[in-house]
Design a protein around this ligand. Sequence first.
Ligand code: ATP
Ligand code: BUA
Length: 362
Amino acid sequence: MKKIFAINLGSTSTKVAYYENNNCIIKDSIAHDSNEIQGFKSVFDQQDYRTKCIINYMDEHNIALDDLDAFVSRGGQTEPIPGGLYYINEAMLEQVESGEYGVHVCSVGVRIAYELTKDKKTVPLTLDTPSTDEFEPIARISGLKEISRRSCFQALNQKAMARYYADSIGCNYEDLNLIVVMLGGGISVVAHRKGYMIDGPDALEGEGPFSNNRCCSVPIGELVKLCYSGKYTLSEMMRHINGEAGLVAYLGSTDIRQIEKQINEGDSYAYDVLDAMCYQTAKDIGAYATVLKGDVDAILMIGGMANSKFITQHICDRVTFIAPVKILPGEREMEALCERAYDGLTGLEEIKNFKSMRNEYV
Ligand SMILES: Nc1ncnc2c1ncn2[C@@H]1O[C@H](COP(=O)(O)OP(=O)(O)OP(=O)(O)O)[C@@H](O)[C@H]1O
Ligand SMILES: CCCC(=O)O
């Protein structure tokens, strides 16, 4: 029997799951106090705190670290890599922790998986990391010669939900053309063509619709002026676009249920901001329909915000002429992490070794 433990670090929670073979024994979410989280200067400073929460959880549920065959974490950001299962190794951690490819708390998870399994038989794994890059060459040409467009979004849930949808209609993911709209902590609209995510945003650093605390695409000249205004250092500016922008900047909250309540009580400003987020998302769906040359089997709305009628309705109003819209709220990240780790352990799927390729082409 294979014993697998999975972790998935989000901004306000740590999701955990324990599987024996392909059977889910426990799936849970450890909620964190937002004041406690905000007290950390950088996401990387949360490592000890999150590790303690995970260990306590395992102790309370009699899950012995030494007995595990795999400890799998949602991945962190590295140079662009093919999708799939990877061993977490030092080369991967060095890139993840450099922050060069974007900063998100999921990056801390891979370090925790690695540290907790050191000198044990347990293998530390990650799957379909946010740096999974299946772009076509045309999608990389940005127009500014020094900057190549790159893929950075919640690839794990994008792939897991796309496969889940394909299964649910009796099709292969590899036979479908989909636009998958992740409405989660961030928003990413991605074109999937026959099993490959051929174009999508760098959702952490400035592309796509604005979301909870990210600004994403903005008028670029104005952004450059703000960078040189003397008001921000480089790291302050990075935090400004990914941490202090989006809904939190306009409305002081990322809680959609709370924002909807304000709207229902007559807050027209909150209405306009949330409507603008939906408008930008719909506009992106239109753009990605052209990537697929109009041949779109379905538009999937996934993630926590897909629970919001306001959001799904306001997006649908503008996009149903493109393709049928399927609303599949939530995520299948823990299932994907555990099931695919099992496939890796039993030889059904290759487990890749991460190796940096970035100096190979210079
Ligand atoms: N039932 C609900 N109704 C409306 N909005 C919801 C509901 N549940 C969650 N949300 C909203 O969804 C967003 C969070 O989405 P989700 O839980 O998919 O992201 P996450 O796991 O925190 O982050 P990530 O995207 O990095 O995985 C928040 O803005 C939250 O307010
Ligand atoms: C690293 C995750 C980026 C996103 O929220 O899409």
